[in-house]
Design a protein around this ligand. Structure first.
Ligand code: MN
Length: 248
């Protein structure tokens, strides 16, 4: 990669962190990561998703909430050196093996929070580049979930009905698309912790914690969900679908 002389050090450090974060998130091994997990930078500016999500919400959500999950995860792992050094996905799928209940809960909440938010940022894009589902994904939605409109309605309903804090998901399960929902920072990868009916490969995830929308929407979760559809990165979601289809 050619580094422009005008690229200042701060940007260079950001790019390095981005590369490390992406590799970490995709599960590829990162050479020697003694400092633990790092907060991946947003792939766009804080105000890039306006008006669906305002800049202040994005800044607090990423710099405070997501950063808090990363810090909490590293703190929990500091007390469990035998669990350190593995990819996040591997850690999340082996949580039932963690005997210490308090540590297991801590890793579930903070590790889930780190994974879910890293996934969430990459699921979104400015409205101008939102696009549409690929032909293959659209065909699968029409086949497994009746229609695109029917899918959006059912997904929004799952997100609306999630009591308290949690997530709505579109997953691939047994080769079929399915809509699910999990509480807190649980996700469809947490085998042995969430019900089998909610396990699968996530394609799309919607954060319905109040911290994701309260500044702008207050109690109007339904309005946040409606506006959120405008900033879904359908290219990323379609790519995930193609990868999931190839691995089954
Ligand atoms: Mn969140």
């Amino acid at each position: 990669m050619k580094i422009s002389p005008s690229l200042d050090r701060r940007r260079f450090v950001q790019l390095g962190a981005l590369a490390a974060g992406s590799a970490l998130f995709s599960g590829r091994a990162v050479a020697a990561t003694p400092v633990g997990f790092t907060l991946p930078p947003l792939p766009y500016k804080f105000d890039a998703l306006e008006p669906s999500i305002d800049a202040r919400t994005m800044e607090i959500h990423h710099d405070k909430h997501h950063a808090g999950y990363v810090a909490g995860l590293n703190k929990a792992l500091a007390s469990a050196p035998t669990l350190s050094g593995q990819p996040l996905k591997q850690l999340l799928t082996s949580l039932p093996d963690v005997a210490d209940a308090e540590l297991r809960t801590s890793l579930r909440n903070t590790g889930g929070g780190h994974w879910n938010h890293s996934f969430f940022w990459e699921t979104l894009t400015p409205v101008a580049t939102s696009g549409t589902p690929s032909a293959k994904l659209a065909a699968a939605i029409n086949s497994d979930l009746v229609s695109i409109d029917g899918f959006k309605q059912a997904f929004a309903q799952a997100a609306t009905k999630r009591f308290g804090s949690g997530w709505a998901w579109l997953i691939v399960q047994g080769g079929k698309l399915k809509i699910t929902s999990t509480p807190n920072q649980d996700n469809p990868l947490m085998k042995g912790l969430v019900p089998d009916a909610e396990l699968g490969t996530p394609l799309l995830g919607l954060d319905v914690w109040e911290h994701a929308y309260y500044l702008h929407y207050q109690n109007r979760r339904a309005d946040y969900i409606t506006a959120w559809w405008n900033i879904v990165n359908w290219q990323a979601v379609s790519d995930r679908f193609e990868a999931a289809a190839q691995s089954t």
